[in-house]
Design a protein around this ligand. Sequence first.
Ligand code: ARG
Length: 462
Amino acid sequence: MMWGGRFATAPSEVMEQINASIEFDKRLFEQDIRGSKAHCRMLCDTGIISNKDAKLILKGLDQIMGEIQSGKFKFSRALEDIHMNIEDRLRRIIGPVAGKLHTARSRNDQVATDFRLYIRDVIDGLDMAISELQLALAKLALDQAATIMPGFTHLQTAQPVTFGHHCLAYVEMLGRDRGRLADARQRANECPLGSAALAGTSFPIDRKATTEALGFDRPTANSLDAVSDRDFVLETLAALSIASLHLTRFAEEIVIWSSAQFDFISLTDRYTTGSSIMPQKRNPDAAELVRAKAGRIMAAFHGFSTVMKGLPLAYSKDMQEDKEMAFDAFDNFALMVAVMTGMVQDMSPNVAALEKAAADGYSTATDLADWLVRVLGLPFRDAHHVTGEIVAIAEKRGLALDGVPLSVMQEIESRITKDVFSVLSVKNSVMSRKSYGGTAPQNVRKMAQKWIKRLEKRIQAG
Ligand code: ARG
């Protein structure tokens, strides 16, 4: 054991079991080796270790990278974690010189550096994945810019909207999610390396050099903070919690929309499953699982917040618990986004059913009230009241709003003319919603095109 100088016996079996993190932190091997190489070069450039030793160490680290990548590396639980597994292997390859790599460094600043590097890569990957989901939605929006569907409040028919507008609502949400991840990345992008165990080091290290070599924006400014905070993990999980919440809202709509009762959209065999007993079934399992998996993302945030809560400075082993929860959240979030992208590309809106549903529930009542304001000059509150009376009559007689005879409307408000019927169709209703951010097809087309251009550029940039 590397720290075993003062120990007479080996740890107990359960001690080793609770202590070891290699099972999950082996994922950090690439970041760990990248960090070690940067540290080694800096030790050499500052004259802390010799050129000859540095060359040996770098060569050994490259060999280890190859061994892990090709699956040849033997991980050992007795060596606890990825840092000591790699260092032990280095010693076996190059001999005692390997021990010089850990000069002016501790596993505490090492793991903080590794995980920041890892999360940076995760965020970059997720930004791309979310962009692809946004692009799929924006393309669907452009396709369905003029498809009319009911807009809901309280899940009760409210006003007609366009299907494209609904898709673009999610494009906006996902855009803010990407913004939150970008913020988290920016704050995470500081280099803890050189903070050592907690107090910094007496060696003449060059923190600027390692910071630059690893692509960080700046070195962390306080060694205690650098080794003991994991807010960069929490902030990323918080951003993913909100993003996954957004995904569940759409997933829920897909579940509702694909039901026989709604019949708003159809999914193909690729994104549905059958029932083992009811032959007629086509279940939206993918959407349901996206809806469910948000629970794990939010749980990771809660779980790891609870780990960090009340921890005194600086490093405590508690922090090792960040990884499994975070990895699980990252993996599952990536899967959720990929599945949503697939479903968006797979779904086809049932245009006729959507338009028919849009006309149900007196969805153009607001248009009638607005007409009374615009044409007859009624105060909106009075117009609201008159419209309510007309809706009540329509409801009693089982008529649609545009099926109520003019004479009946005139009994309520004598100045109504037949011109009113021009605003009672769902088509004219959506066409009239041209205010900025409104649902009119021409707005949706413009907005969808703008997003498509922006997103294609982002995706091409890689
Ligand atoms: N495996 C540890 C972790 O993930 C590495 C740091 C260990 N530091 C220590 N002083 N024991 O947190």
